[in-house]
Design a protein around this ligand. Sequence first.
Ligand SMILES: *Cc1c(COP(=O)(O)O)cnc(C)c1O
Length: 412
Amino acid sequence: MALMTAGPLTLAEVRDLHRRWLAGSEFDIGYPNAVDFDVSMVQRLFDVTLNNVGHPFAPTSGFSGHSLPLEQQLIRELGVLFGWPPELVTGFVTSGSTSAIRAALLQARRRFRRHVVVYTSTAAHTCVAKVAEELCMRLQLVPAGLDGVMDVAALTELVAQRPAGAAVAVVATIGTTMVEAVDNIPAIHAALDAADVADDRRWVHADAALAGIPLAMLDSADRPRFDMVDSCNISGHKYLGIPMPCGAVLLRADRCLAADETPTYTGAPDLTPAGSRSGHTPLLMLAALRGFGMTGLRERAATCRRDAAALVELFTAADVPAWRHPLGFTVVLPAPSEQLRARWPLPPPDDGWTHVICMPGKRFEVYERFAREYLTDRRNTTSRHQSDHHAPDQPSSAPTPDADHREDAIAC
Ligand SMILES: *Cc1c(COP(=O)(O)O)cnc(C)c1O
């Protein structure tokens, strides 16, 4: 039987790991983690226990080792960012978007006494299906268009076929994982109107794991209608660059029923499904929001969009059918060879496509270097394919909204 290595983790080991992780993090261009958040301001709190138990909006009891008031502040600030009426904002931190979506669907299930069907698009994150299964909620997938956006006409049709009397929960995605497509929230409500779903028989959730904060800061013409949802979530380790997985769920206070509707010993109903929550991650997320500030958060997003646009241009100039949604950080492109994917950690090809994501703190030179290697790889792969008349990795369809690009992709 293997024994644990004796002795403490040495400083040298820690330094070595740190150096390797720092060096590697810059090359993780397929994953949406910002790398420019400076934790040093909050570092001194890492030698105290901060355990947030119970609802952050409930009066706190004697135990002092928590950061509940700051967790509440974080939720309130996110509420302001998303344009919610302050008196209707509640919520808490989670271990990431998956558990945030779980907490939101739990509220929907409770509100409709389990008589509810969940609808989400085929482009939604796989965690929605996982959570629906866990909560024993029936799930219906709605087709997404080639651009990754939920087909709302199909939503109406599917919702119209729901079991008699069933309520409807829709998980809209604000920035899909593969192409950063944004579902249209007013159109989803219109689709539910068309399928005769009353206001009090619907729950619309916005999964805004990555793109929520950057899109929420845009002018109203471009901003998703976060004010029209019952709940939404963000991941803290994505746009904010918090170094450990975390997230937050926002819930409309007027739509939530507590577990048993009786106040807990803290004097207020507890909506949190977890027991202990991190007391550090709300501090870190609050430190990121305050530290970057509105201006900084906007500028970081603008830089990512500029980089992504420049990268698309680099690829299209070389006849690669790369594309992006105009406000996205994600550049979608035909998957390169396995060898190149072993060098650059990109998501596994989805129907022949993959992506890179321009995130805050990652240097554009790294993306340029990737593009150079990609183009060489593509030339090599193409000439091989031409010589043996065999193209196993070619995309079978192009998820681009632009017909010209689509033809390119099929032809390439
Ligand atoms: C990353 C992501 C998730 C999952 O988030 P975790 O924080 O890893 O649980 C869910 N939805 C979308 C759209 C995502 O991009």
